[in-house]
Design a protein around this ligand. Structure first.
Ligand code: HEC
Length: 343
């Protein structure tokens, strides 16, 4: 029995402060002394060093981590996975603000929670001496000291009329929860790994040929009737797509304005499959469609204007119908743009 644990109870703050001073004079270090009370007292009342402040740094750190995560999701992800969005912002403000707000709030709360646990000295691995009377208002002073010093500490306790003096062999107070700590640490690490697995898929680190409904579905909807071939020599202009008897020419001349509109519309509706220049370059969706022509300009050259128009409005095999995205006028703008690709 080389060291002893002592617990004395005192009924007021002044006595406790005196006891602590005298115990420290006996050469007991501050870390070997624990003061327990049913209400919180500032550490300096007892002449002790204030406890380390974990709460604030963890809360602020949480906020910073949240902001970093939000930055990654809103600014870096669209850079890594570029999509043609026409003239739209790649990182639009309103949804970005929401993502920042949510992630910063979430991580701040998490940081505050962890900081709070650490502030309360979690995890406590050693058994503590305790007496229920501390809950009733007494102040407990727990001291760990070598045998000879311990005897003198008991003397100090008795001099100040300690209510109870518990003494125990310090060997009974070895840290014991380490296995629990390792276990819960492993559980937390396992949880983090499980959470990270879906990220491997969403960031294409692990690529799985998921069922891609757009690629695997023929573009004919169940509600659509059998398709009518365009009557010979017909050209749709406005309103109903097929108008018989019109001359086979483009109704919209390829003016600079029409080409500019066509390019923007092509960027929004076609580039993800065909690439902005029709050469499949940067076509994020197109890479799932090996049958997409390598040169749209060349392929289009073999099609008449109205055939081109019909491919866009009706789709072809796995190319979807874009009639809902483009009005007939806009479709002609796109036709003009596709024609201009060959030059
Ligand atoms: C979802 C992907 C996708 C989108 C979006 C898409 N296409 Fe296609 N496109 C295809 C595929 C797949 C083919 C090959 C069809 C086939 O020949 O089986 C194709 C073929 C074509 C052809 C050649 C047709 C033929 O008869 O050989 C043209 C022209 C064309 N697309 C133009 C467009 C234009 C213009 C747009 C935008 C308004 C567009 N595509 C949007 C997937 C797409």
């Amino acid at each position: 029995m080389a060291e002893l644990m002592l617990l004395g109870l005192f009924d007021n703050v002044e006595t406790t402060a005196d006891v602590l001073d005298e115990v420290r004079e006996l050469g007991v270090r501050d870390e070997q002394i624990t003061v327990m009370s049913h209400v919180p007292y500032a550490a300096r009342i007892f002449g002790r060093k204030p406890a380390r402040l974990w709460f604030l740094p963890f809360t602020l750190g949480g906020a910073a981590v949240g902001a970093l995560l939000a930055f990654f999701i809103t600014f870096l992800t669209p850079q890594i996975y570029r999509l043609h969005v026409g003239f739209q912002e790649l990182t639009p403000v309103p949804p970005t603000a929401i993502v920042f707000f949510e992630l910063i709030s979430l991580c701040t709360m998490l940081g505050a929670f962890i900081g709070f646990l650490l502030q309360n000295r979690f995890p406590i691995l050693t058994r503590r001496m305790y007496d229920e009377r501390i809950t009733d208002g007494y102040i407990g002073v727990e001291v760990r000291a070598p045998l000879d010093v311990a005897e003198r500490v008991v003397g100090v306790f008795e001099k100040h009329h300690a209510r109870v003096i518990q003494r125990e062999d310090a060997a009974n107070f070895k840290p014991q929860g380490i296995r629990h700590l390792l276990f819960w640490g492993a559980v937390a690490t396992g949880g983090a790994v499980v959470l990270a697995i879906p990220l491997l898929f969403s960031y294409d680190i692990v690529e799985v040929p998921w069922i891609n409904t757009m690629a695997d579905t023929v573009s004919v909807g169940a509600q659509e009737g059998p398709r009518l071939a365009a009557p010979a020599e017909s050209v749709p202009i406005q309103g109903p797509v097929l108008i018989a008897g019109e001359p086979a020419t483009r109704p919209l001349p390829a003016t600079a304005t029409s080409l500019e509109r066509g390019k923007a519309l092509f960027g929004i509706n076609c580039a993800m499959c065909h690439g902005l220049a029709g050469d499949r370059q940067g076509a994020e969706v197109g890479k799932y469609f090996p049958e997409i022509p390598a040169s749209l300009a060349e392929r289009a050259a073999s099609l008449s204007d109205q055939e081109l128009f019909l491919v866009i409005t009706k789709g072809k095999n796995r190319m979807p119908s874009l009639a809902e995205n483009l009005s007939p006028g806009e479709t002609w703008d796109v036709v003009n743009y596709v024609r201009s690709l060959s030059q």
